[in-house]
Structures are given as C-alpha cells and as structure tokens.
Design a protein around this ligand. Sequence first.
Ligand code: PMV
Length: 328
Amino acid sequence: MSDISRATALAHPNIAFIKYWGNRDDALRLPANGSISMDLAGLETRTTVRFDPALRADSLSLNNSAMTGKGLERVSAFLDLVRRMAGFDLRAAVDSRNNFPSGAGIASSASAFAALALAATKAAGLDLTEAELSRLARRGSGSACRSVPGGFVEWLPGSGDEDSFAVSIAPPEHWPLVDVVAILSGAHKPTGSTEGHALAGTSPLQAARVADAPRRLGICRQAILTRDFAAFAEIVELDSTLMHAVMMTSAPPLFYWQPATLEVLAAVRQARSKGLAACATVDAGSNVHVICEQAAGEAVVKLIGSIPGVREVRAAQAGGPARIVEVE
Ligand code: PMV
C-alpha cells in the first residue's frame, strides 16, 4: 500500500417494501425483524475516501460543505471500524456527494454508508466479500446494508453481527417497478431514524409487528419472485401501516404523516381498486413512495402530481449494487 491511498465508490438509496423498525441491539444495529427493499437507480451517493499520513484528524465534506459535530463523529466512528479491520491508524478525508437534494423524500444515509463502506475498505487495501461489506455498512445505518447488493434485496436479520447482512433476491431487470415519490410541501425535519428505532420497543404493538414479520417477508419475497402485483401491493401497504402504527403508539409518539400523506394514500388505493397497478409506502417522513409497474408510471405521476400539497414528483427504477468507480 502506498502512503496515500484513495478510492471512490457509488451507491444508490433504497426503498423498503417490508420495513426495518427497531433494533435487538442498537450499538450493532441488529434489526428486530428482516426487511426487503429495492435499490433506486439514477439517485446516487458518490464518496471518495483518502487515507493520508499527513492528516491529523478525519474530515467530512458533504455536498461541498465541511461538516463538524454529530455528522463527522458518526463517520469517524465508522472509519474506526475500517481502521481496526485494516490494522492501521491513518486519518481520512471523506468527500461525499448526492445527486439528489436532501429533503427530496429520499433518505441518504443508506446510500451514504454503503458508498462509504466500499470506498473506505478499498482505500484501506481491503477486499471484502459482498456479505462482509453489507455487514460493515449496517454498522453505519441499518438500511445501508441493503444498498450494497443490487436490485431487489433482503436483509437477513441473523443471530448476531456475523450473519446480519443483506443479499440480492432478484436483479434490477427482474421486474421493472418504478418508485414515484410524492414530495409534500411544508414537511418539517422529522425525528431521525436512529432515535426512532430506540423508541420502537415502547409501543405495545411492536411485539405483534415483529412476530408477524416472517409471514409478511415470505409473501413479499414470493410476490417479487413471481411478479404478482396484487399480492405485492397488499403486503407493502399493510407493512407500512403497521410500522406507522408502532411509531404513532411509541412513547413519545412519532407522527410522520401530514394531511396530504393521507390524501395520496387514499388516491392510490382508489386508483388501484379501478385497476391501476400502484401501491404506496411511507418511511420516517411524510412523503409517499408510490410503487407501480412501469406501464402505470405516467398515470401515477399525473394522479399524484394533481393532489394539492404535493410539491414535486420524482421517479426511480430498480438500481444496481454499490460499486467502485475509481481507485488510486
Ligand atoms: O437505516 P435507518 O436507521 O435510516 O432506518 C430506516 C428506517 C426506515 O426507512 C423507516 C425503514 C426501512 O426499512 O428503510
């Protein structure tokens, strides 16, 4: 390894069809239940990591602005894991850019930690398997482990750190689904997911949600493998509502939905009853992800674009795995 070594990786965000909410172990980010998602093509984080003996401390530039405080601490703690694996103590300069604006209704922590895990390990001269990389990305943000493999992805909850990682269950071209995101106006910055996961266990509904997760995972996996949109739509909407029921009944309660969230959910349900292949899911925010078959894409954009309170609409197809774009 030369004195200075650098690598750049890119990763896509993902949208969960069966959600991750709550941890068995907060520090290791071992999830209470398994989850299934799809990587989002076209949206990406590109991260360059440079380990350099001349650096006195880690630094983080996010979308061209220097970060300090909690954001930098989280990245630095993550780099400690990589330094431990590599057996050295060099500090790093991290430059990370998203091609989608923050507040676009798409969480960036999944693509951010997937890209960081890949760039940092490559720059450190490590060659990890996909499973090892997914395990590592999980430590930065749980959902980041699902942005490592490509296409349709399942996070196997595992029994501990060793076997809690994500695997691809189908490549992106298997089923041309589209995620049409309804971005609502006036949305506040919500409670972050790290804080939210820690509250999940305070809801009396979480135990029932977790106990039923293997059943929902089985239905969703099968629906994806057989491209059965009707079965897929039903389980995706149930799973999202179950997660929000837990959020709304935790202590303190978390209400992410805005009035316009419910309007979009109702419009999608009604359109589906009239034959449109679309269903909806909501993450830890108020924006609605409308998942549809490609042929329904245009009608979905038109439908949700006309709902008052929807500020912007963005569409993404199934994307590929995290990958290296440059090594030095
Ligand atoms: O990876 P985190 O800690 O940002 O958690 C993600 C939580 C949800 O987006 C609400 C659900 C999910 O499975 O992506």
